[in-house]
Design a protein around this ligand. Structure first.
Ligand SMILES: *[C@@H]1O[C@H](CO)[C@@H](O)[C@H](O)[C@H]1NC(C)=O
Length: 299
């Protein structure tokens, strides 16, 4: 097809849609977040001069911090979770690596030090379309885990855009995976509670939950915080109005985002010789895209 992406007002979109040559004008849709620059943008630069170490270096890149991630599981073969160069699993760790479909003891390593999954009480229909194990059939859990603690992977791009090193915020931290969300991103409250309970007993230092949608019903997280675990939530993507932040429980840290300092300009030449510069703003940071009113026009 021939077409382009553009920032249009509602009335511009309507006017363009009326041209007989235009097949369709579609409002933008949202997919998973993709970027290789968020952490540098936040000032957590990876390459810091020895005489001026920043927060990331002072924190030893997260060395020996154990982060529990409650989500759709993980794709353990992803290069972000390579355990080359890691020391032994911290001796205080009490978690375990549960095996299951396409996930055996070798799926855990010195980076993914724990994996559990919660299939009880999940409908047979949901289970059928997913791996009965901590393996991620959705992608969200793998995305979240690598955003938090993925190791350094060079030469990553999104279809050639944004070429660079992909890494997590704390690239040396260890991960413990709790799959409480099943295919389609549906997370049962009971499964989440069981996962929080296990994570507390396993000995995680940080718990991360990028889930929402059912209101702030995460009672187990209060107990985690009482045990000295930092609990971090995503702020959500659903509005209903700009600046809406979900999961605003008073005892947790809720992470939202606004923008990033990158854009990908593309020159478009129209048939009438008019040239337009179109900017694709990858305005994604962690979880939240702030209301991007862009449209794709298919001619
Ligand atoms: C399970 O373990 C074997 C080695 O015993 C390995 O070859 C295989 O790839 C593993 N399967 C998965 C899905 O991890």
């Amino acid at each position: 097809f021939s077409g382009f992406a553009a920032m249009l007002t509602e009335s511009q979109a309507e006017a363009i849609a009326k041209f007989p040559e235009v097949a369709t004008v579609e409002p933008n849709t949202f997919h998973e977040t993709h970027t290789t620059r968020s952490w540098d943008f936040l000032g957590l630069d990876h390459n810091q001069p020895a005489q001026q170490p920043g927060l990331l270096k002072k924190a030893k890149y997260g060395e020996d911090v154990i982060v529990g991630v409650i989500d759709t599981g993980i794709w353990p073969e992803s290069r972000s979770f390579d355990d080359k160069g890691y020391g032994p699993v911290p001796a205080r760790w009490k978690g375990k690596c549960e095996t299951g479909e396409e996930f055996n003891a070798t799926s855990c390593n010195k980076k993914i030090i724990g994996a559990r999954w919660y299939g009880r009480g999940i409908s047979a229909e949901l289970l059928k379309g997913d791996y009965k194990s901590a393996r991620d059939n959705n992608g969200h859990g793998t995305h979240v885990a690598s955003t938090i603690a993925g190791g350094e992977v060079q030469g990553v791009s999104y279809g050639g855009l944004g070429m660079g090193m992909a890494r997590g915020g704390a690239p040396r931290a260890r991960l413990s995976i709790y799959k409480a969300c099943w295919v389609g991103g549906s997370c049962s409250g009971a499964a989440v509670l069981a996962a929080v309970d296990d994570a507390i007993h396993d000995g995680v230092d940080v718990l991360s939950l990028s889930i929402g949608g059912a209101g702030p019903q995460f009672p187990g997280t209060l107990h985690a915080v009482q045990r000295g675990i930092s609990v971090v939530f995503s702020g959500g993507n659903d509005g209903p109005v700009p600046q809406t932040v979900g999961n605003a429980l008073p005892w947790v840290t809720t992470v939202a985002a606004s923008t990033i300092d990158r854009s990908f300009p593309t020159l478009i030449s129209l048939g009438n010789k008019e040239k337009l510069v179109v900017r694709t703003e990858l305005s994604f940071l962690l979880e939240v895209c702030v209301h991007c009113f862009s449209f794709s026009v298919i001619c």
